[in-house]
Design a protein around this ligand. Sequence first.
Ligand code: GN1
Ligand code: MG
Length: 371
Amino acid sequence: MNRSELEQIVAQFDFGGRLAHADRCDNGHINDTYILAIARADGNTRRYILQRINHHVFKSPEAVMRNIRLVTQHLRAKVIQAGGDPEREIINLIPTVNGEYLYKSADGDYWRAYLFVEGAQTYEAVVEPTHFRSAGEAFGRFQSLLSDFPADTLTETIPHFHDTPSRLEELIRAVRRDEANRVHNVLDDIRFAEARAAETSVVVDLLQQNKIPMRVIHNDTKLNNVLIDDKTGKGVCVLDLDTVMPGSTLYDFGDAIRFGASTAAEDERDLSRVSVDLELYRQFTRGYLAHAHDFLTDRELKLLPFSAKLITMELGMRFLSDHLNGDVYFRIHRQGHNLDRARAQFRLAHEMERKMDAMQEIVEQEYTVIA
Ligand code: GN1
Ligand code: MG
């Protein structure tokens, strides 16, 4: 997207100034993100986030924005009640010049904008172990603030998002279609997933039988979705509310561990470097339980370690399916990128299997300390 195209989009939003500078931000796999510096009429420059929503993934951008508005309104009231700063502690949408929160361009793209939070940043990997504890606190707090939110007012914007058995079925369908003629190369990877078919339904079954509660959850709890304050190292705010939907808290815990407690990047090619760092796992658990011990049931508590493995397998299946489908869902930056990602996830899941007892013990220890 060139400068004048971007300027046209910028003009649709009520930023109160003109575009001084734009940087593309490349860490998401789905949407396109820009960080804008806007020179305002009052002489100050202020930063904003501008995003193009991927409407192949999010079929109804309107429903996504409606969910985000409902959830941020709820959070805003809580933050204000607690004497917090609503410009920093929740994401703040910027309206369009027509007073809406979504701009649809002539070529059918959907855009939205947020305030940029200064004095804080996101991390692609843990550099300071206590940051990961802060991330645990941020997601635990997020769920606790939403525990009285009416879940049935939200739209399920991506149906069956963390439905692991259906993710496995999608993989099996992708194998059958073999769209990109790649199956012959990934037989061991397919076997790895299929061998774990029985475990994929543990959480969906418990939800369906009402044995664990349906909650309002974030659904994409990667470390890079928490803003960490530069001065205090504490979580400021939880980002990327695109997938806020009803689900199990186990998905949020599991996905955060998958990403943040791994010893290697999500797309690491040298599999000997991929494992789960138990100290990081402990840090996140400690932060998360600080808030979640109030609401977690015994069954949920016991399943926390397993949830990390479940979500890691699930994402491995999703990456592998996309590789077989010809890379149509996740943005790739190199040939075979989705396969690299899938293999790193499967290795990580395997390492979690080896360390499951230790992971269980850590949850028990951390829970006992708090309770
Ligand atoms: C996608 O684009 P991003 O990074 O926010 C994906 C998540 C995956 C994640 C893996 C809507 O999130 O489910 O866990 O990549 N989001 C969607 O890094 O599918
Ligand atoms: Mg996301």
